[in-house]
Design a binder for this molecule. Structure first.
Ligand code: SF4
Length: 443
């Protein structure tokens, strides 16, 4: 738990890596993807060592970003608190005492500034008692016997409201008694509230706007937001989509996936490759296994309208289709965690212009593109297509990004041209949804 930001200079490249490594680590922990230092992981653990200047750099920069992006603040706050306690658990009593000494020094220094910290005096007293306990032979670490009451702190109940709400602590005249067996839970609870409170204070500070207009921070924020929203299965927002939502949500699909959706609705069938990619796309934007089976069943139970190209049906082949969907969700075969393809992969799969499943910005001509982007662009459609045609000759994804941002602007969503760029259909969808969500919050 850090009180004071570090001083000194850091190269922009290292700062970016430090922040994105930390954020990526939080995401992996959240998704229970175990990361061990010796495994083949690209994460640089030197950025994540408790008490180091680089660890503080990552922490304070993420705090700054959290203050500027509501979607990130809760996730970063709870991740920082868990990460802090997780590392304390792995520390020796000597390291814990060192860390407490530094924190007490920073608390004292912060007392001389205008920056009033919540519960500064109370927290100093608690840390002093903890230091005493860790210096004695009683505490060997934070993985302490939970029922132990050898040392007890008396703290205002507001310092750990969640624990009070769960009746985990004994109340005594407006204070709660926190025995050493529960110090770990107390620190987690207090740290999370502390971070969120600090973020809240920063949000209302006029200086945050000035900081966040710095091009370097804008770039770092874009990268963090991109990582956040490119995360599979919407697991971070815990947001699931249902088959009934798809009809409405398909307006936010990128043209490659909207095309497949329209073909499926028209013919009730898709080619093998297209079905594979579209199923993975739906999975990664939040469609559950059972809902996926229900969705495909409702289409494939209808008569095929693809001029004899597909003679399969759900009635005849339900076992095969169910197996293949379960396979994509990692429940059959080699149980792999399949991910929806990136734009690069889709654009490099050598599909012909009339085959299903390619990137329209690569394979479609002006006429086909015109049909593809109807009916959502209502104004200046010809001009938009002209710009898309110019951009697509150079960079297909850039053309698609321009199209996405144009749609959002048409929907009166504030979007700057240098806002995050997608690299996959799932990112395209999540970024659009995120911006629409932002707009509905503002409204
Ligand atoms: Fe789909 Fe990517 Fe092509 Fe856009 S650029 S249509 S998201 S493949």
């Amino acid at each position: 738990m850090y009180i004071k930001p570090p001083r000194g200079d850091i190269q922009l490249e290292e700062l970016t890596e430090c922040v994105t490594t930390r954020f990526q680590y939080f995401l992996s922990r959240y998704q229970s993807q175990a990361i061990k230092e010796n495994e083949n992981s690209s994460l640089k653990f030197e950025y994540l060592t408790l008490g180091t200047a680089l660890d503080r750099v990552g922490h304070f920069t993420l705090r700054l970003l959290a203050a500027h992006c509501d979607d990130l603040s809760q996730f970063i706050g709870s991740s920082e608190a868990s990460f802090f306690v997780e590392r304390l658990e792995l520390s020796s009593p000597k390291q814990i005492v060192q860390f407490i000494n530094t924190t007490l020094r920073h608390l004292e220094e912060s007392g001389n500034s205008d920056f009033g910290l919540l519960w500064r005096n109370e927290f100093s007293e608690i840390l002093s008692l903890m230091r005493h306990a860790f210096k004695s032979s009683h505490m060997n670490g934070f993985s302490h016997e939970q029922t132990c009451c050898h040392y007890v702190c008396k703290v205002p109940f507001q310092m750990c409201l969640k624990m009070v709400a769960k009746r985990e602590l004994q109340l005594e005249k407006g204070n709660v008694l926190v025995p050493c067996g529960k110090w770990k839970q107390f620190l987690h609870c207090f740290a999370e509230d502390f971070y969120l409170n600090e973020v809240f204070k920063m949000k209302s500070s006029p200086i945050i706007k000035e900081f966040m207009s710095d091009d370097r921070l804008i770039e770092i924020k874009k990268e963090v937001v991109r990582i956040f929203y490119s995360n599979s299965q919407h697991s971070l927002s815990k947001e699931a989509i249902r088959p009934d939502d798809i009809k409405e949500l398909h307006k936010l699909f990128p043209p490659c996936m909207a095309n497949l959706y329209n073909n499926l609705k028209k013919n009730h069938r898709l080619s093998h490759y297209a079905r594979f990619n579209f199923s993975l796309f739906l999975k990664d934007i939040g469609l559950s296994l059972n809902d996926s089976i229900a969705f495909w069943k409702s289409e494939y139970s209808q008569p095929s309208k693809c001029a004899g190209k597909c003679s399969h049906s759900w009635q005849k082949d339900s076992a095969k289709y169910t197996y293949s969907i379960r396979h994509l969700y990692g429940l059959e075969g080699k149980r792999a965690n399949y991910r929806a393809p990136s734009c690069y992969k889709i654009q490099n799969n050598n599909l012909g212009p009339v085959e299903e499943g390619g990137c329209p910005f690569l394979t479609f001509d002006a006429k086909q593109l015109g049909k593809c982007i109807e009916p959502y662009i209502l104004q200046n459609k010809e001009q938009v297509i002209e710009i898309i045609l110019q951009l697509k000759s150079d960079d297909h994804t850039k053309a698609c990004d321009y199209y996405r941002k144009t749609l959002l602007k048409e929907a009166n969503v504030e979007v700057s041209n240098d806002a995050a760029t997608h690299r996959s259909p799932v990112e395209y969808f999540n970024l659009s949804k995120h911006l629409l969500f932002d707009r509905s919050i503002k409204e």
